[in-house]
Design a protein around this ligand. Structure first.
Ligand SMILES: [Zn+2]
Length: 166
């Protein structure tokens, strides 16, 4: 399974990768030095919008991807091409977008009183983060994400490529 470390500008991409099941280190305050250490020690792929950091990572023989854009569909397309990342949300593999923790499926009664009644009424499947305790269900955000992923799958299969830094 691929593992990533994202620079401070790539919070959105980090959340997406976690949802897609990829262990991704991200923090708003992460330094370049820490990013390179994570990549070296844990075999993580560096994701960055900073060309200087990208060059440093490559000089150290680390795997790295430089993004010229912050459009999420473009970034996912690049990663799908380069590393063949999964573009399907599998709730059994998804990690917590907030903290990168593992999610576990829970019974409805476990989330009673912890989510709005309307949500409880309309959903049967819930997941809870083993680390931060946040509760997830397939709400409107999920549907929006599925639409974006379907767009990305289309781009990848059509072979559209706006740019490719390797
Ligand atoms: Zn969490």
């Amino acid at each position: 399974m691929l593992k990533f470390v994202a620079d401070a500008m790539l919070g959105n991409l980090a959340r997406w990768l976690r949802i897609l099941g990829y262990d991704t280190v991200y923090s708003k305050n992460i330094s370049d030095k820490e990013i390179l250490e994570y990549a070296t020690k844990e075999g993580r792929i560096v994701l960055t919008r900073d060309y200087g950091l990208y060059r440093r990572a490559r000089k150290n023989n680390l795997k790295a991807v430089y993004f010229e854009t912050s459009e999420i569909d473009e970034m996912l397309t690049v990663l799908a091409r380069k590393y063949n990342i999964s573009l399907e949300i599998d709730p059994n593999k998804t990690r917590c977008p907030i903290c990168n923790g593992d999610l576990r499926k829970v019974q409805r009664k476990e989330v009673e009183g912890k989510v709005p009644d309307i949500v409880l009424k309309e959903h049967n499947d819930f997941w809870i983060c083993s680390k931060c305790g946040k509760i997830y269900w397939k709400g409107t955000h999920w549907i929006t994400m599925e639409k974006i992923l379907s767009k990305v799958r289309g781009k990848v299969s059509r072979g559209e490529n706006s740019y490719d830094f390797t």
